[in-house]
Write a protein that binds this ligand. Structure first.
Ligand code: HAM
Length: 428
């Protein structure tokens, strides 16, 4: 007997968890809407080079974690599952000539991402992100606006005390000199570097700062900091981002070691953590400015900023805090019948009510009325519609399962009566 399981690193979202995710998606869409972001979809896979060029070939996300799809038939393109949404959104911005739209173009995507990571709690191979991107505005005000939107998301989702960690990682003017200093520093410790880090020393020294290798922790802590090498323009930008954050009352902490794990960032970089134990924990979300990415993917030079929030980690945080993760609503009514065999009438009445937009379950099992009503109570239905001999005269019994009261209602009025009751239940 085969025993099948969901692939390692993935998980089934059973109805309760799915309802929790839906709740987060609803909050995300509402915030996106309130902030003027328009939802779009991009494919779950792209040409591999979109990620290699966009995110960077020597990042963990591309070098170690990219889900590459085996080439099929004579189609020559190589594809990979999307590990994040930013590169795909920017590819779409360029492809559809969105530079001719009013700028900034504010776009949002909610959906699954894929990274071939070593699975552990809060780290999955398929996970969900809420991603938001503002393309075509150099900031710094929009930087603060983006950071505030993410921060508000956690508050509305009910995750307490989320910390914003903030840094500036410089731009093409000041970063090269910093990278030179960084390279020189790590060269001085080359013997202590793990194999991968030694390789990246030449190609991408910034990546050593977000190494997941524990052997790197002490070296990274003592490394030169980008914050001490910012050019005047980057300093001014950073100061203004902070002033805007202060103005909207978003608390943040400057974290000089924050560099993010993707290559496209410039200037503003930020991450969200649950308060208390930053550092040991995984980020709830992160983002930053990526002023070079549009050009890198074939567009004209265009400044941009965005974030992605990991929704699985928000669900976990809510579960750990014992907060309500979801709110599935019970059916308004269950249609039961005195004649167990008469499933035709029960299905017909349920169908009538559903056509009126009501949430109704038909009791289709052939069993005694008492048993039918028991299950209706167990699932916390507000009403039972009971079909008996009165149906011949166009009437049914409407039983309020909470109050225990019951009355005869003409079938033609039933939907209206139930709709009115549903309203008073919601408001009462
Ligand atoms: P990221 O930091 O790679 O940024 O991912 C953002 C968030 O996605 C993380 O903070 C985490 O909550 C969640 N996440 C990442 N990997 C996993 C995983 N394996 N399992 C569960 N959750 C995970 C980005 O993706 C950038 N695209 C953000 C961005 C948008 N920057 C500019 N615009």
């Amino acid at each position: 007997m085969p025993s099948y399981r969901a692939p390692r690193g993935t998980r089934d979202l059973l109805p309760e968890t799915r309802a929790g995710l839906s709740r987060l998606e609803t909050i995300a869409r509402s915030l996106a809407d309130r902030n003027g972001y328009r939802e779009m979809e991009i494919p779950l896979f792209e040409q591999t080079s979109v990620f290699e060029r966009g995110i960077g070939a020597t990042t963990d996300v591309v070098e170690k974690e990219l889900f590459r799809l085996a080439p099929r038939t004579e189609e020559s393109e190589s594809w990979a599952l999307r590990p994040e949404a930013t590169a795909g959104i920017v590819r779409a911005y360029v492809q559809h000539g969105m530079h001719t739209w009013p700028q900034p173009v504010k776009l949002t995507v909610v959906g699954p991402m894929f990274r071939y990571d070593r699975p552990q709690a809060g780290r999955y191979r398929q996970f969900w992100q809420w991603d938001a991107e503002a393309i075509g505005d150099a900031g710094p005000a929009v930087d603060a606006e983006v950071i505030e939107m993410g921060w508000r998301f956690y508050a509305e989702a009910g995750v307490g005390s989320v910390q914003v960690l903030l840094n500036s990682i410089g731009d093409t003017a000041c970063r090269p000199a910093y990278l030179g200093r960084l390279r020189a520093y790590f060269r001085g410790h080359e013997a202590e570097l793990p194999e991968l880090e030694r390789r990246r020393l030449d190609t991408n020294p910034l990546r050593l700062l977000d190494s997941k290798d524990h052997a790197m922790a002490a070296l990274v802590a003592a490394a030169p900091r980008i914050a001490d090498s910012l050019c005047e323009a980057c300093e001014a930008h950073f100061a203004s981002v902070r002033a805007h954050l202060d103005a909207v009352g978003v608390p943040y902490r400057i974290e000089p070691s924050l560099v993010r794990g993707l290559d496209y960032y410039a200037r503003t970089a930020f991450e969200y953590y649950r308060g208390g134990a930053e550092g040991q924990q995984q980020a709830l979300g992160g983002g930053g400015r990526y002023d070079g990415l549009v050009e890198l993917l074939g567009g004209r030079p265009t400044p941009a900023i965005g974030f992605a929030l990991g929704l699985d980690r928000v669900l976990l945080a809510l579960e750990e805090a014992g907060a309500e993760v979801s709110h599935e609503s019970p059916p308004l009514a269950v249609v039961a019948g005195a004649d167990p065999a008469d499933t035709v009438s029960r299905l017909r009445v349920a169908s009538l009510l559903r056509a009126e937009g009501l949430s109704v379950r038909a009791e289709l099992a052939v069993r005694k009325l008492g048993r039918q009503l028991e299950t209706a109570s167990k699932e916390h239905a507000h009403f039972a519609v009971i079909i008996g001999d009165e149906l011949a005269n166009g009437h049914v019994q409407l039983k309020d399962l909470e109050a225990g009261t019951q009355r005869l209602v003409p079938l033609v009025d039933l939907a209206r009566e139930l709709a009115r009751a549903a309203k008073s239940h919601h408001h009462g």
